[in-house]
Design a protein around this ligand. Sequence first.
Ligand SMILES: [Fe+2]
Ligand SMILES: [Fe+2]
Length: 304
Amino acid sequence: MKTHGYTYQTTLAASERVHWRVEDLIGDDKKLDFSKPMMPESFARVEPLTFLNPHERLALNHIRALGYLYTFGLVEEFIVPFVLDQARPQLHGDSYAVRSLLNFAAEEAKHIHLFRRFREEFERAFGTPCEEIGPPDAVAKAVLAHQPLGVALAILHIEWMTLKHWTDAVQDNQRLDPQFRSLLKHHWMEESQHAKIDTLMVEEMASGVDGPAIDHAFEEYLEIGGMIDGALKQQVEFDIENLARATGRKLSKSEREVFTTTQLQGQRWTYLGSGMTHPNFVTTLGEVRPAAAEKLATIAPVFC
Ligand SMILES: [Fe+2]
Ligand SMILES: [Fe+2]
């Protein structure tokens, strides 16, 4: 039983009302302000690291912002080919569906460009090279090796999570760098349509298969989540070294333990927990397979 009224026609119309260019958001006089935090504290979790001085905590916030730019670069890389694959079989079908899907892929390609341009600006101004998870093509290949419904669930998770990042953590936070806020706002403006299109995709895929097949797809979604979690653990290790390179601050053994626990939980909430617990994601999952939503509810607290 559907609880939403999404259609390809209305999401396409909404998408056509959104207009922004990458060049409008970054470059020329639109520079990142490194005197301000870029990531909201609910994601960055630098304040509990009281053994770092304010300068070091701000640098870590910026390192986490760069990580956000890289992580979204990674996920957008697998969304584009996946959505294009979904569009091709529909080419002679519903015109609104084809146009919505092609538009969705084009917007994600624009987002890859957007995140890349922000990374370039960041890296030029920050001055210290940072190590980041990847490479994007290898991650995309590993994710796309899963079955389509599992990947579609992972993408639905990502779309709703992106909306939550803006509305819950950034929209009312005037302390953050205006350029980074603008990035999240403009990303959200287009992801709002993607979340609806992906809901329709998940429903269509699930309607063509039986319950055990949905269970299998859900396991694949969890497997993709597990891969992302492994990458986040790796990123926390990289960030210890990134912080040392940027500030000269080396952590003691006990500081390192606190850093790892706190930062991993911040990473997990940013990319996993905030999507797993999004009410719209949970509702769609529960509608296609109630048992899967119940299982997710038992797993999600680890990532929140
Ligand atoms: Fe995107
Ligand atoms: Fe998207």
